[in-house]
Design a protein around this ligand. Structure first.
Ligand code: BES
Ligand code: MN
Ligand code: ZN
Length: 495
């Protein structure tokens, strides 16, 4: 990651950032400023009525003596909390990229100096870092001004050591999210199932135990639902198990399971070509699980966690699975594959069953870009949460609110279940009608949880942002890493 963030006592300053509370309340430090500068500030504010000091608003200025100055809105004085500060950092990213001199900028949020919560500066820095991530290494011809060139931001603060320490505690979470964004953005000719398995393997250096199962081993275990999806591809399918053992020795682990379809053509039920390129990100569930494991390992989380990802490529070929084929899943249940494009649930069926039977986890949370229907329901704003477990749901919803990775609770009533009964097998992989596509997919998954506490996150809509978001430039969001990290930290560490 290219942006460097440093903390030091106020000194020579290249860009000063001045925080302004809602209602354009200038910080008391301006009282000590010279009259000209104060007059200039009041005039600037009165000439730009759209800037009101609302959260994340910004106003770049050049002072009469040619200093760069950015006013940034801090929102309401009484609503200062980490999520808000991160948003401020996010807003600063673009503006500092434009105003930086030789890629460097200094920030001094005067208003937050001496603020009673000492984590303001570190959270602003964290938001800035998250929003500044870019994937630009395939450009060979762009001019610097077309690229993101902000290289270093120095926070000028009265307590540089404390702020740096607080920032270092957050940094691993960004590292995890960036790993996710990278693998999600890389195209499918680079991120094949094997390449993604190798990315997971690279977590060994952070202290994660990693096992990679190949097709022969999966066949022997009986993971025919997963294998059927990859059967038309020249790329070998894999299941990867990652273990982070930071908790008590015999404590049951938390389990996270990810859909890792490195490219989803739909198979023989082939997709239309328009936007099919998007299906390179159909491995995002797996990408989030890998990024989460990285974050947990890098911050040495005090908890036992297993991550399991099913890695396959869904291609049509002479060897591909046909609509109507029946497969024997690892659970023993048989599945009639009506639509080869409803492949994610087939991969997860075996991955979920394997996870609960081998690890006896406290619970399982799976993540998958599972259905187009969840995009119809929730767009890019929230991921769908499906869980029969009220306590688990509440914890996940709250973690979503705290990290601005929002979830919305979706139904999982038993009446939807009979829709996937098949005429010739235990179940079919799509519902009969066209309705409630995300719920029938979730009901299918539920049949492979063996009643272990479980939640399913359908992240099809939130994985790829077509517009800039608060903490992410457009493109891969890494949605889920910060949410699940928070969920674990708040509820399962040191307990
Ligand atoms: N990977 C897709 C879902 C998807 C769509 C993710 C758009 C991200 C963006 C999934 O495998 C799929 O094809 N689902 C089908 C299911 C249908 C055949 C029942 C869908 O949603 O159309
Ligand atoms: Mn599909
Ligand atoms: Zn898919």
């Amino acid at each position: 990651m290219s942006l460097k963030i440093a903390f030091q006592k106020p000194s020579a300053q290249k860009v000063i950032c001045l925080g302004v509370y809602e209602g354009n309340e200038l910080p008391s430090v301006t009282e000590t400023w010279d009259k000209n500068l104060k007059g200039f500030l009041s005039k600037s504010l009165s000439l730009t009525p759209k800037f009101k000091g609302e959260i994340s608003q910004s106003l770049p200025l050049f002072t009469p003596d040619h200093q760069r100055l950015v006013l940034v809105g801090l929102g309401k004085k009484e609503e200062q909390r980490p999520g808000q500060w991160q948003k401020i950092g996010g807003a600063l990213s673009n503006i500092l990229n434009h105003m930086a001199f030789e890629g460097e900028a200094a920030v001094e949020i005067h208003s937050l100096k001496g603020h009673k919560n000492e984590h303001a500066t570190s959270n602003i820095a964290f938001g800035l870092l998250l929003k500044s991530w870019r994937f630009e290494h395939y450009f060979t011809k762009k001019k610097p001004e077309e690229l993101f060139t902000l290289k270093k931001v120095t926070f000028l603060t009265p307590s540089p050591q404390e702020d740096e320490k607080a920032f270092k505690a957050l940094y691993p979470i960004a590292e995890g999210a960036f790993l996710t964004r990278t693998v999600v953005t890389e195209p499918a000719n680079i991120i094949t199932p094997e390449a993604l398995a190798k990315v997971a393997l690279s977590l060994k250096k952070d202290g994660v135990k990693v096992e990679i199962l190949n097709e022969k081993e999966l066949k022997k275990l009986g993971m025919n639902a997963l294998l059927g999806v990859g059967q038309g591809s020249d790329e070998e399918s894999h299941l990867v198990v990652m273990k982070w053992e930071g908790g008590k020795k015999n404590e049951a682990p938390l389990a996270f399971v990810g859909k890792g379809v490195t490219f989803d053509t739909g198979g023989i039920s082939i997709k239309p070509s328009a936007n099919m390129e998007d299906m390179k990100y159909d491995m995002a569930g797996a990408g989030v699980v890998i990024g989460l494991m990285k974050a947990l390992a890098c911050r040495k989380a005090k908890v036992n966690v297993v991550g399991v990802v099913g890695l396959v490529e869904n291609m049509p070929s002479g060897l591909a699975q046909r609509p109507g084929d029946v497969v024997h899943s690892l659970s023993g249940q048989t599945i009639e594959v009506i639509n080869t494009d409803a492949e994610g649930r087939l991969v997860l069926a075996d991955a979920l069953w394997y996870t609960q039977s081998r690890f006896k986890p406290k619970f399982m949370v799976d993540l998958a870009t599972l259905t187009g229907a969840i995009i119809v329901s929730l767009g890019q704003e929230r991921a769908g949460l499906f869980s029969p477990d009220k306590a688990l749901s509440d914890q996940l919803l709250e973690a979503g609110e705290n990290t601005n990775e929002l979830l919305w609770s979706m139904p999982l009533d038993d009446v939807y279940d009979k829709d996937i009964n098949s005429e010739i097998a235990d179940m079919k992989n799509v519902g009969s009608g066209r309705g409630a596509g995300s719920t029938t997919a979730a009901k299918f998954l539920q049949r492979f949880t063996n009643s272990v506490p479980w939640a399913h996150l359908d992240i099809a809509g939130v994985t790829w942002a077509t517009k800039d978001r608060t903490l992410c430039a457009k493109g891969a969001t890494g949605f889920g890493v910060r949410l699940l990290n928070e969920f674990i930290e708040k509820n399962y560490e040191g307990k």
